[in-house]
Each structure stands twice: as C-alpha cells, then as structure tokens.
Design a protein around this ligand. Structure first.
Ligand code: BGC
Length: 733
C-alpha cells in the first residue's frame, strides 16, 4: 500500500451500533470479531468461528421426498471484548460514548475511543486497540488504555466471560430469509478459571462441535481482573489475549506484539500482490480498499472452510456459503492470491460426497450437485425453487475451476481436485438435461430451473444456466484431454473414457439458447417475454425489496429481476456477444431489474464500463463500492455483503480495466477511465507473473514486476511485456 489508509467513524453513514459492529469487525478467515461495545451490551453478540455451526430440524408444513431435514446455523461465541469497569465507591462505568473508531487497513489495527461515565456522571477516557493474528489464526488481542478525566481514583476491571445466551438473533417466525435463527442447543460453560486466565467451552448438542477459548493477561503475572490507579498515574493500560488450541491441539501463547506484527506483515503481503487504487477520489479509494480488506478477513484459508455470504461479520444467512464465492469472490483471489483460490475450491472438493448424494436424491445416477446454501456441504435450503433448482451452481464452480487453471496451469490441482469436480458437475448436467427437437434441430435443454434472478423460478432454459452448463461441458472435455495426456494414470483412476468426453463436447455444441426476435437479445428463458412487466409505477419505494412484501408466486408471474441474470452471462463470456447486442440487452434488462440483491449492481457497473457508458458505470460503482459504508441494503448490521465486496473488485478490474482472458489463454485489457478519476491502478498475478497496471487519462502503463516475459493484449493490439520494463501502451478514455 502506497500510503496508510484508515477507515474512520466519519466515513460510515449509519452510527447504529449493530452497523458499526459489523463494519469495524476484525477477522482472519477463522475468527470474526465484531467491534462490539466493550462496556455496554451489543446489538449482535460477539464472535463467529468459520465452520462452527449447529444443526436444528427443519419443520415443514407440507414435506415432500428429499427435502433437506436440518438447518445449519453458525454459532456466536460470547462477546470476547466485554469488560466491566468499577469506580472505588462500588459504582460502575456503565455508560459509554463512542468518540471515534479507526481501522488501519495497512496493518489491521483497530483503535476505538470512548468516554465512560458512572452514575455520578464522572468520566474517564478509554482507548481500545485490538488486532487479530493473521498467521496464527487462533489469537486475538485487545488493549484498553484508561485516562483520568473528571474521575481520578482507582478503577477495578472485571474480565469474566459473560455466558448468557446470544441476543439479537431472531426466531423461526421471521419472514426475512436473510436473517438467522435462534439456537437452543448451545452449551456455554467455564471450564477453568484462576487469577491469570479463564477458559470457557462452547459446545453444540447436534453437530457435536466444541470450542475452548482462553483469555489470559498480557504478561505472565498480569491478572485478568485487576485494579488500576488513575490517581497517581492519570494514564494506565490493561489488556488480554483470547486464544484457542491450534490444529495439533497445542496451546502456545501468543503475545500482543506478535499478533500485531503478524497482522501487519500479512497485510503488507496482501496489498503487495493485490493492491487496487483509485487516484483522484479519496472516498471511493478508501471504500475499495476497505472492501478488499474485509473480503480477505472473511475468507477461510484451510481448504475446510469457505466464505459465508456475510463473511464472519454477522450471523445473517446463518453463516452459509453460496454461489457468491465462485462468481463474485474467487476471481479476486485467482488473480491476486491463487493459493487461497485453490483452498476455496478444495473446500468444494471436500463436499463432493454430499454433492453426489444430493444428485442421487434428485434421481440422477451419475454426477454431483453441490449445496446451494450450507456450511459443511450438506444442502440446507428448505425452499427448493430458489435453491436446488438454481443448479447453475455446478456450472459456477466449474467456471471458477476453469479460470483458476487458466491463470495458474496448476496441474497438481487439476489432477487431485479440479478435473474430478468438472467431471462430476458435467455428468450432473448431462443427466439432468434433456434432448429435444427445436425447429427441426436436435438440441440439449434444461427444464424447471432457476437462474441467478430469484424473482423468476422454475422455468425452462434459463439462458445463464445453459451458458454455464455449456462451459462446464467444454471444460470437462478440454481439461480431460489435458489430464489424459499429462497424467494418464490419474485420468484412468476416475473411471472416465475419451468417449464420455466426446459426449460432453457434443452436448456443448447442441445446447439450446433462448433468443428474443422482437428485441434481438438473449432471452432470460423460454417464457420470460410472454409475461407482463412488473407494475413498477404502482410500486411504492417502501415495498422494496419485493421479497419482503409480495408472495413469491405473485413476483414469479412478472418480468422483474432481483439481480443480474442474462447480463451476468454476458460479462462472463464476452466472446459470445457483440457490442450492439450487449447494449440492447443491457438496456432491456436494466429497466426491469430492482437490484434487491446486493449481487446486482457490481455486474451492471462492470458491463456499463465495458460498453463505454461511463456515467452509468460510475454511478453503479459508487453504490457498489460504498454499499456497506452507506448501509445501502439496510441490513449491514446482520453482516457485510461479501459478494458485493468481491463485486467491487470485479467492477474495477473486469469492468473499468476490461480485463479478461481470451479463449486462447491471453490476458487482455480494454481500459475505460471515468472522467471523475485521475486514474486507477491494480496488481494482477497471472501464470507466475506479477503485473502492475496503471491507467491514467490517455495512457496505460504496464509493469512486469516479477516473472517471465509475456504477451498482453491492450485495446485489441498485442504487446510483448519484458521483464522490469515499463511500457506505455495505449490510450485510456
Ligand atoms: C441472492 C442470491 C445470493 C444470496 C446470498 C440472495 O439475496 O439472490 O443470489 O446467493 O442472497 O448472498
């Protein structure tokens, strides 16, 4: 990072406590610690642990065969940050006024300033500094510095974990599917306590998971609960570490200095390969850095955990992972930190058995269908029209595998994980699709399917799904041949033949794509254009998002989009559409899109940029990049919108810079600079090279920071990029 960038309280529009807790949360892919008020009770309690969940039964009014039987819900740990501060007359400092918060994105340090007061209205100042270890992910440290104000006596600090049940979680009777449910089978107990440390255990009755957390003082002699004197020294400090055993079951204490160092060095490395910045607009530049920071904080890095829709910043969507990971978040990692991208794909691989079982439940005797929403890979959605029917997910995973391979040529990955997933997803599509006759031609179709747009369900031939399936078949064919050639033994072990690959190729060629002749655009599905357009003029503003105010069947009978659907396919497959059709398609679908899903605007921004409609691109981007800082969706307190965080990176890199990889495997950019900016700059890792791309008015500069010479296409012209040279290649707009 060229200069230190900090997020301050003034940069966040809503100061509702729940909102601030989520926005200023710290995480390391394992723990997520909301910035809860250390003195007063919090809106949504405390800390989340990636992969730590509890089952609860799903109760159906009317069940049917193979409906999922159990929910999975991420479990909140008690508030780790909570302390009680007493004065010397047995009064307590129970009130706190938040003065400022400051999250340093260059090193991951969070500083908060409060003024505390007791019932006598005496005040002291409390500055809280916290950091989470990004290398030894089992540790979090927090330091409280007190300063005398009108109160100048002794203070007594009580640090005991508060074990009462989580607050703020909603019950089963809510009709907002984006929230979480209440858990009744969580046990919290103190397992050991003495002057220097306290250990608590949190266990789940049904999923049989258990976590032990220990709080201990900064020094071997420092007591957890202690007395400090503000009389002699007007400034004093106190702190503790919270940690757990590592994977091997060992507990080797970390100190605060190490935690801070590990955090700072991690962020240094992360920015080094993945910096993206905007010149000439500090507000958007800060928001963009913030989004990338939070995306990294939420991401499981161990191959066993993934990224929840709300990351580790809140319990919304119950901590479930969706297609959001592959379509919105993995691209950032593929092109900045492929090791993490690989881990996220390995997580999917580790859920293959659940996916195979699910495919059998759907009557398919070969292949695998991954879970629409889940923590451990088991399908948990009770509403199949917007989950199981959205089986484009298989193709989304395949798409990510294809991109990862293209950007790394990681043969080991292809051999051990990637090809098997491509094979199993292609098999699912083959078995679940249907051969049909259309205009005298034999075509391959998908019926009763839901695309990304959740306001249209169970239709025939969703264009997006058909594209993703086609890509899946092509990848299984092409990468199958690669594996067969490079490692026939590994290929042979998977029980696949060249004939089966040929079948994939044949289906890919014959997949049917619905087209609307009247508007000359790709049709979202076979019947989309026979529906009436949603009565937008008669829909008051407060009836959005529609999903909270209208029965799904009411919504499904209209042309109305919750989010980008057909146009998302256009972004992902630029070679399938010409500029004129893209512009017609964008115009048509934009008019009927509500953006009720946070996954929508970034795609419209990226496409508008590619089309050169910079006004629109900029406007969508401004909303996208600041979505959680402005609480645009109105529910940031339940957790940040992780897909959109990744989406804002997509907008810049795949939209404004127009980055894509051609079918020949070459990196290509088509820069478009909004007039509001002086320029923008980003780093990309591609097949072992590190590139720095800088776009300013009239000039694109590409630097090969590391790696072998390569070709790059800029504005449709091919250039050779030599080691450590700085080439001025083209005009931006
Ligand atoms: C969107 C889905 C998304 C989910 C989780 C829903 O509102 O429609 O596409 O996967 O949120 O982010």
């Amino acid at each position: 990072m060229t200069k230190d960038i900090k997020l301050r309280l003034k940069d966040v529009s809503s100061s509702n406590p729940g909102n601030l807790e989520a926005v200023f949360s710290l995480g390391n892919g394992h723990f997520g610690v909301r910035a809860t008020n250390p003195i007063e009770s919090s809106a949504v309690e405390g800390t989340l642990v990636n992969g730590f969940f509890e089952y609860s039964p799903i109760t159906y009014g009317e069940a049917a065969a193979y409906y999922p039987k159990r929910n999975e819900t991420i479990v909140s740990l008690p508030n780790l940050r909570k302390i009680r501060v007493f004065d010397d007359g047995h009064g307590e400092f129970t009130h706190s006024k938040l003065v400022d918060m400051q999250l340093d994105l260059s090193n991951g340090k969070l500083v908060e300033e409060y003024e505390l007061s007791n019932d006598k209205k005496q005040t002291i100042k409390m500055n809280v500094t916290s950091a989470i270890d990004q290398r030894e992910v089992h540790f979090y440290g927090i330091e409280y510095a007190f300063e005398a104000e009108t109160y100048k006596g002794d203070i007594y600090i009580d640090k005991n974990f508060v074990l009462e049940e989580a607050k703020g979680e909603t019950g089963d009777d809510i009709d907002d599917p984006r929230k979480t449910r209440e858990l009744k089978s969580i046990k919290r107990e103190v397992v050991a306590t003495d002057d220097l440390s306290q250990t608590i255990a949190i266990s789940t009755a049904e999923s049989k998971q258990r976590i032990e957390i220990t709080a201990y003082g900064f020094n071997d002699e420092s007591h957890l609960s202690t007395k400090l004197s503000l009389a002699d020294e007007p400034k004093v400090s106190y702190g503790f570490i919270v940690g757990e055993k590592n994977e091997k079951g060992d507990f080797a204490k970390e100190d605060f200095a190490t935690i801070k160092e590990n955090s700072a060095s991690f962020w240094h490395d992360t920015w080094q390969n993945g910096e993206v910045s905007i010149a000439g607009n500090d507000e958007l530049n800060l928001a963009l850095h913030y989004n990338i920071f939070q995306l990294n904080q939420a991401t499981g890095r161990d191959g066993k955990t993934n990224i929840a829709a709300k990351g580790l910043t809140g319990p919304g969507y119950e901590g479930h992972t969706f297609w959001d990971t592959e379509m919105y978040m993995i691209p950032y990692f593929i092109y900045t930190n492929p090791e993490i991208a690989k881990k996220l794909l390995v997580y999917r691989y580790n859920t293959l058995d659940f996916a195979r079982t699910r495919a059998r439940e759907l009557g398919v005797n070969q292949g695998a269908l991954f879970a629409w929403r889940s923590i451990n890979g088991e399908e948990t959605s009770a509403y199949y029209p917007a989950s199981t029917a959205a089986y484009h997910l298989d193709g989304d995973i395949a798409y990510a595998i294809g991109n990862y391979y293209q950007a790394t040529h990681d043969m080991e990955f292809l051999k051990d994980y990637g090809f098997e997933m491509l094979l199993e997803t292609a098999r699912f599509f083959r078995e679940f699709g249907t051969w049909a006759k259309k205009d005298g031609k034999t075509v391959f179709e998908f019926h009763t399917v839901t695309g990304p747009d959740e306001y249209t369900a169970m239709v025939d031939n969703n264009y997006f799904t058909n594209r993703m399936a086609q890509n899946n078949f092509n990848l299984a064919y092409k990468l199958g041949l690669v594996l067969m050639e490079k490692n026939p033994e590994a290929f042979g072990k998977l029980g696949v033949s060249i004939e089966e690959l040929e079948v994939f190729k044949d289906i890919a060629e014959k997949i049917y794509f619905p087209f609307n002749d009247e508007y000359q655009i790709n049709a979202q599905d076979d019947t989309f254009f026979s529906k009436a357009i949603w009565p937008f003029d008669e829909t008051p503003k407060d009836k959005y998002p529609l999903l909270l105010h209208y029965h799904p069947l009411n919504i499904y009978r209209y042309q109305v989009n919750k989010q980008a659907d057909t146009v998302l396919a256009d972004l992902l497959f630029p070679e399938t559409i010409d500029d004129d059709q893209l512009s017609r398609e964008f115009d048509y679908y934009e008019k009927i899109t509500t953006h009720d899903s946070s996954l929508s605007r970034s795609i419209f921004s990226a496409l508008a940029a590619r089309m050169g409609d910079m006004k629109k691109a900029y406007s969508y981007f401004s909303d996208t990049v600041r979505m959680d800082l402005t609480d645009l969706q109105g529910n940031t307190e339940d957790g940040l919108h992780l897909a959109n965080l990744g989406g804002s990176w997509l907008s810049v890199v795949q939209g404004f810079a127009g980055m894509q990889v051609t079918s020949a495997g070459e990196l290509k950019i088509i820069p478009h600079l909004p007039i509001e900016w002086d320029g923008f700059e980003f780093r990309i890792v591609f097949n072992g090279r590190l590139l720095n791309i800088n776009i300013i008015d009239g000039k694109t500069t590409i630097k090969l920071v590391d790696g072998q010479p390569m070709n790059i296409i800029v504005d449709n012209k091919s250039y050779k990029l030599e080691k450590a040279t700085l080439e001025i290649l083209s005009k931006g707009e």
